[in-house]
Design a protein around this ligand. Structure first.
Ligand SMILES: C[S@@+](CC[C@H](N)C(=O)[O-])C[C@H]1O[C@@H](n2cnc3c(N)ncnc32)[C@H](O)[C@@H]1O
Ligand code: SF4
Ligand code: SF4
Length: 391
C-alpha cells in the first residue's frame, strides 16, 4: 500500500479527492486558486457572509428519466419541481457568472442527462472555458448516434450507474433499466475510448451497495477488470431527504454483510456518516442549479420549495449571501446571519450543527419537513448516510 492509498483509507469521506485534485491541477488559474483558499479559510472560520465564490457547479441538464429507481425522487415522482430540459442558452446564462472560479461542473443531478442532447454542447462549452466536467448516467438506453459525441465533447469523468452483476439484481433497483444494454454500453465506451487513444473520459463503474446486490461485490471486481474500467466504486445507498419511514427503507435496502470502509487501489468501499463534525461544505463550495433555474442549497434536497434562489440574477454574489445562505451557514457557526430566514438545513443531520441557544422559530422549515420525518439519528449513524450525498 502506498502512502497515498494509506492516507485515502484514513480519510474515506474524501475518496472523491483524487478526481477533485485532478480538476484543481488541470484547471487552476491564479484567480481560481486564490478563491479556493479564500473559500476554505472562510469555511474554517465558519463565516456566514462570504467574499469567495462557489468553485464547484452542479447543474442539471434535465430532470426527466427513463428509469424508475425507487429511492430516487425522480424515479418515484416525488421531486416537487416541474420537469424541464435545460437549453444551451440558459446553461450559458447560469454558468457564465461563476465560470472564472470553477474547477469542475457536475453535469447531472436529478435526471438522466443524456436525454438532453444539448448536454454535449454544454460540456464542450464548459471545457472551452477551462472548467472540468463529470457526468453520471444510467446508460441503459441505446447509445447509437451519440456515443462518439460523448467521447469527443471533452467530458473528463464519466460515472456509469450499474448496481449489480446480474439482470436479476440490477433490475430490483433500476426499474425499467436494461442490464445487458448497460453492460454492453459500458464495455463499448471503454473499448472505443481506448481504440482512439483518448485520455478522457475516465470511466467509473459506480455500484450502489444494497441488500439485494451485496453478494455480487467480488464478481463485480472480476467483471470490472475484464471490461477495463478505470475505477470500480462501491457507494453506500442513501434514502431521499423526504423519507418518512426511514427505518423501513433501511430494513429493505441497506446491506447487512457490508459495513465500514476499505480502500484498495482500484476498488473503493465507502459508507457515509451522519453528523460530520464540520460546517456543511455545500454551502461554501457548490452552486446547485436545477433545469428551471432554481438554486438548491445542495444536491441532497430537491423540492422547489426548499430553493435558496432563482437564476438568472444580476449579481450572483448577492444570491450567494442572501438571507437563506447566511442563515444556513449560521447553523454551523457561532455567528448569526444579518437577517434570519428559515431553511431546509435546520432539519438536516448530515453535518453537525454549532451548539447554540434555540433560534427564533427554529425547527423544520422547508416543505420537505425532514425534521418532522421521525428520522432516527441512531439508525443513520450505524451505517449509511442520512441522505444521498455526493461530493
Ligand atoms: C439521481 S442520479 C442522476 C444521474 C443518472 N440518472 C444516474 O442514475 O446515474 C445521481 C446519482 O445518484 C445515484 N443514486 C441513485 N439512487 C441512489 C441512492 N439510493 N443512493 C445513493 N446514490 C444514488 C445515481 O447512481 C447517480 O450516480
Ligand atoms: S436513473 Fe438516475 S435519475 Fe433516473 S430514476 Fe434512477 S437514480 Fe433517478
Ligand atoms: S440540507 Fe444539509 S447537506 Fe444540504 S445544504 Fe443544508 S445542511 Fe448542507
Amino acid at each position: 500500500m502506498t502512502l497515498a492509498q494509506w492516507y485515502l483509507s484514513k480519510v474515506p469521506q474524501y475518496t472523491r479527492m483524487a478526481r477533485h485534485a485532478r480538476s484543481v491541477i488541470r484547471h487552476a488559474t491564479p484567480r481560481k486558486v486564490a478563491n479556493l483558499f479564500r473559500v476554505e479559510l472562510e469555511r474554517k472560520l465558519r463565516r456566514v457572509e462570504l467574499k469567495g465564490y462557489p468553485y464547484l457547479l452542479i447543474i442539471d441538464p434535465c430532470n426527466y428519466c427513463d428509469l424508475r429507481c425507487p429511492l430516487c425522487p425522480t424515479g418515484y415522482g416525488g421531486l416537487g419541481r416541474p420537469q424541464k430540459m435545460l437549453s444551451l442558452e440558459h446553461f450559458k446564462q447560469y454558468f457564465d457568472p461563476v465560470a472564472d472560479y470553477l474547477f469542475e461542473a457536475t453535469m447531472h443531478n436529478w435526471g438522466e442527462s443524456l436525454l438532453n442532447r444539448h448536454v454535449f454542447s454544454m460540456i464542450e462549452y464548459a471545457q472551452s472555458r477551462n472548467v472540468g466536467t463529470n457526468l453520471s448516467t444510467n446508460v441503459s438506453g441505446s447509445t447509437t448516434g451519440y456515443l462518439d459525441n460523448l467521447l469527443e465533447c471533452g467530458l473528463e469523468y464519466l460515472i456509469v450507474s450499474l448496481d449489480g452483476t446480474s439482470a436479476e439484481s440490477y433490475s430490483q433497483y433500476r426499474i425499467r433499466g436494461k442490464f445487458e444494454n448497460v453492460l454492453d454500453n459500458l464495455a463499448e465506451i471503454v473499448a472505443r475510448r481506448n481504440r482512439r487513444r483518448l485520455k478522457t473520459p475516465v470511466v467509473e463503474w459506480q455500484f450502489i451497495v444494497m441488500r439485494h446486490n451485496e453478494h455480487e461485490l467480488a464478481e463485480a471486481e472480476v467483471l470490472a477488470k475484464k471490461i477495463g474500467v478505470d475505477l470500480l466504486r462501491f457507494i453506500p445507498v442513501g434514502m431521499p431527504f423526504d423519507t418518512v419511514d426511514r427505518k423501513a427503507v433501511a430494513a429493505k435496502w441497506y446491506p447487512v454483510t457490508v459495513q465500514g470502509r476499505a480502500y484498495t487501489p482500484d476498488v473503493e468501499l465507502q459508507f457515509g456518516q451522519a453528523n460530520k463534525p464540520s460546517p456543511c461544505f455545500y454551502l461554501y463550495r457548490s452552486l446547485v442549479v436545477n433545469p428551471d433555474g432554481g438554486v438548491s442549497p445542495c444536491c441532497v434536497v430537491y423540492n422547489r420549495a426548499t430553493d435558496f434562489g432563482q437564476l438568472p440574477v444580476a449579481d450572483v454574489r448577492q444570491l450567494w449571501n442572501n438571507d437563506r445562505y447566511q442563515s444556513a451557514r449560521a447553523l454551523f457557526s457561532p455567528r448569526e446571519a444579518s437577517r434570519w430566514a428559515p431553511t431546509v438545513c435546520e432539519g438536516c443531520d448530515i453535518f453537525e450543527k454549532y451548539p447554540k441557544p434555540a433560534r427564533r422559530g427554529a425547527g423544520p422549515s422547508g416543505a420537505t419537513g425532514a425534521g418532522e420525518s421521525g428520522r432516527a439519528p441512531g439508525l443513520i449513524q450505524i451505517k449509511g448516510p442520512a441522505a444521498r450525498e455526493r461530493v
